[in-house]
Design a protein around this ligand. Structure first.
Ligand code: F6P
Length: 367
């Protein structure tokens, strides 16, 4: 019997439960595989890596808290629900400030775990890679609403989050239009602008501000003035939480920006809205979508991808492709070495990501 432990780590998002369901189901169905059949036992670890570190395998109470036996019946309806039924944490057992990797290894041994399926973003999968290097069989499944993981075109949660942005902006438009107001909408995305970019593009935002392209407030104000001049009553500006203002030094000195170039003091949407009002005297409101973007039920695309990734992860185990992450590359499900998925992030590159001719020069991004 092969004991498979599955866990979800880092920020939650819709699609995680579906991935756990399909890992469990595919393990139970492994006799369907053309390669070989493995007799799997599946356990779900609660609270991500913290569960595997904090569990006391000798204490039945602790086992009940951190380890959940999973079978087809338990996970049957999971794919319909957002969040993660297993719970999650940002605990990284390899954190140099509090290295708990020895306890982790010891617990894996004591629990009789043969293979770990880690579902997470760069941090969770970084720990999975370290574990693999220490000789534990490990595979990964990508998730992050930021969609900034290397090695895959798609990470679970992104599509649902883009849909939330689109729906909320649809709602804002009626009130923005009625009052002839400017609305600044802040999306998540500390480092990468994918959410703001796709969310803003599909909802027709006039201006999109992303971390990769520092922006100039005078230019934003100028574009808004020009738009009002064309008798357009309102405008939507989408700004990623990590967007940076150009002219860093001046801003750092004024105390309005931190050393990373991020606008401090109450969030970037508020800051941009205030600066627009000061420059244009257009009535401007702001809204931070925050964790709404990680809530709710998974979109059709996230359910589909969760299913494909779950099946792929078990196929990887059957094929003994350890130390790798299920991935989507040019529309095909494949896998990538964990090593290549961590350490740096996949950022927006307008020149590379947008074909100039096809896109007809119509960019709403400024920077
Ligand atoms: O990495 C995913 C993410 O949603 C980021 O976009 C965001 O900056 C962060 O997590 C928020 O983290 P928390 O849930 O800990 O507030």
């Amino acid at each position: 019997k092969m004991k498979l432990a599955v866990l979800t780590g880092g920020g939650d998002c819709p699609g995680l439960n579906g991935a756990v369901k399909w890992v469990t189901k595919s393990a139970m169905d492994s006799w369907l595989s053309s390669k070989r059949s493995i007799n799997f036992e599946v356990i779900g670890v609660t609270e991500g890596w913290r569960g595997l570190v904090d569990v006391n395998p000798e204490d039945p109470k602790s086992l009940e808290k951190y380890i959940r036996p999973l079978d087809e019946e338990t996970v049957r309806t999971w794919d319909r629900y957002g969040g993660t039924n297993l719970g999650t944490s940002r605990t990284n057992p390899f954190n140099p400030k509090n290295d708990r990797s020895e306890i982790l290894l010891d617990n894996i041994k004591k629990l009789g775990v043969d293979v770990v399926v880690a579902i997470g973003g760069e941090d969770t999968l970084g720990a999975a890679y370290r574990l693999h290097k220490l000789g534990v069989k490990t595979v990964g499944i990508p998730k992050t609403i930021d969609n900034d993981l290397m090695g895959t075109d798609y990470s679970l949660g992104f599509d649902t989050a883009v849909n939330v942005i689109m729906e909320e902006i649809d709602r804002l438009r009626t009130t923005a239009g009625s009052h002839s107001r400017i609305f600044v909408v802040e999306t998540m995305g500390r480092h990468a602008g994918w959410l703001a970019l796709h969310g803003g593009e599909c909802s027709g935002a006039y201006i999109i501000l992303i971390p990769e392209y520092p922006f100039n407030l005078d230019e934003v104000a100028h574009l808004l003035q020009e738009r009002k001049g064309r008798e357009i009553r309102y405008a939507i500006i989408v700004v990623a939480e990590g967007a940076k203002v150009a002219g860093r030094d001046e801003f750092i000195q004024s105390g309005k920006m931190d050393e990373f170039g991020h606008v401090a003091l109450g969030g970037i949407a508020k800051y941009v809205a205030e600066e627009i009002e000061a420059r244009t005297s257009f009535e401007t409101r702001h809204l931070t979508l925050s964790h709404l973007q990680r809530g709710g039920t998974p979109s059709a695309h996230d359910r589909l991808m969760a299913r494909w990734y779950g099946i792929a992860a078990v196929d990887m185990i059957i094929n003994e492709d350890f130390g790798r992450m299920a991935s989507l590359q040019r529309g095909e499900i494949t896998s990538a070495p964990l090593k290549e998925c961590i350490g740096k992030l996949k950022l927006v590159d307008i020149e590379k990501n947008y074909d100039k001719d096809r896109y007809n020069g119509r960019r709403s991004i400024i920077g």
